[in-house]
Design a protein around this ligand. Structure first.
Ligand code: MN
Length: 214
């Protein structure tokens, strides 16, 4: 891990795609945390509004996605770079958004929710708030979770700070979860799970459900 002692509070908002300077910065990281805000849970119906990214020193960017936008080439270059691990909480949703909207094949993927379900079998609480509370000792304010992200030119301070916080803890969370998974000898199965997420996304977008069930 690139763990610098200088933590950054940098937060910038940009339109449609990363700037080339920010892309260059993120391309130097070994891991990037990513989250999205949308109008709802169905990619075919509910548009993507905001994409937040954070690097290991805490440099956060939020990209406002325009209505009808069909490409984000710099974001694609980052998400498809096989040397940089992309960390999500419930990757299946965000990776689906990227594939559906911009034909991006995100890889490699680490999902903190899947890792939590494999490692933390002593609890049923695998939401980001519970995870950040237990492993980082930080109380996340999720009050903007269900809010109108469609008016992306006029997002409130509360919405922007919520959006930034959703990516700030994912990189340290991944480290903690890997430690737990290794301790419990579940790291190999975890890696196999991460490698099927893109396939699940593809099936989701083709409306297949439960094809592995009887
Ligand atoms: Mn979020």
């Amino acid at each position: 891990m690139t763990q610098s002692s200088e933590k950054s509070n940098h937060f910038e908002v940009c339109d449609r795609d990363l700037s080339s300077e920010t892309l260059d910065r993120y391309l130097q990281a070994d891991a990037i945390a990513i989250d999205t805000e949308t109008m709802g849970l169905i990619p075919q119906r509910d548009r993507l509004c905001l994409v937040q990214l954070c690097d290991p020193i805490g440099y956060v960017t939020a990209i406002r996605i325009e209505k009808g936008q069909q490409e984000a080439p710099r974001l694609k270059q980052l998400l498809e770079n096989t040397n940089i691990i992309k960390i999500f909480h419930y990757a299946r949703f965000d990776v689906g958004q990227f594939k559906y909207n911009f034909a991006i094949e995100t890889t490699p993927i680490f999902c903190t929710k899947v890792a939590s379900k494999l490692a933390r079998t002593y609890t049923g609480s695998h939401g980001l708030k519970a995870l950040v509370q237990e492993l980082e000792g930080v109380e996340l304010d999720k009050s903007s979770q269900s809010s109108d992200w469609g008016n992306s030119q006029n997002l409130s301070e509360a919405q922007l700070s919520y959006a930034a916080n959703d990516v700030r803890y994912l990189i340290p969370l991944r480290q903690q979860l890997i430690t737990m998974l290794q301790r419990e000898e579940r790291w190999e199965i975890a890696q196999k799970c991460m490698n099927v997420i893109l396939l699940l996304v593809e099936l989701d977008l083709m409306y297949y459900k439960d094809i592995f069930e009887h």
